[in-house]
Design a protein. Sequence first.
Length: 185
Amino acid sequence: MLAMMSRRWWVLLVRGILFLLMGILAIAMPGLTLFTMIVVYGAFTAADGVSALMLGFGGGPNGKTIWPMVGLGVMALLAGIIAFVYPQITAFVFLVIIAVSMIMRGIFEVIAAFMLRKEIDDEWVIALSGVLSIGLGSLMLARPLEALEAIVWLVGAVMMFLGVMSIALSLRLRGVHKKLNPPAV
């Protein structure tokens, strides 16, 4: 496996460079990146909806309709269309889902810390995590545009990190390839 991977070290190099470039673009152009992410989500969701409809209609035993699959298909297709027609609303809904999830998680962590205070030591760590989640979720709701931009920056930073790691691995594999395949003299 190592020999095969080392022969294709350049694939990881190309992937790393692409990740790095896409991460830089995401950070440099967060609005365009967010719009692109929404369009890709819309396309994927619409295609998922169409495939679910195709499976639902006539997909059951003896060609019967599978109504739950049809319902899923309709919902996914509508979500995809909404993402295309109303990208700003889609972005805001994503943000609200993330923020409310963080707030709810934080509330449950604070409750858990309170309930565990006599059972474990340092339960304050759980409570602190909960308070931070509540605070961050609330901040996201209070400043949605900045929160969306921060999410895109985070995605860009992760892509850049993955790009650097992929480039580093490709260079290591290139070295392994040279050791396994010394030049003929």
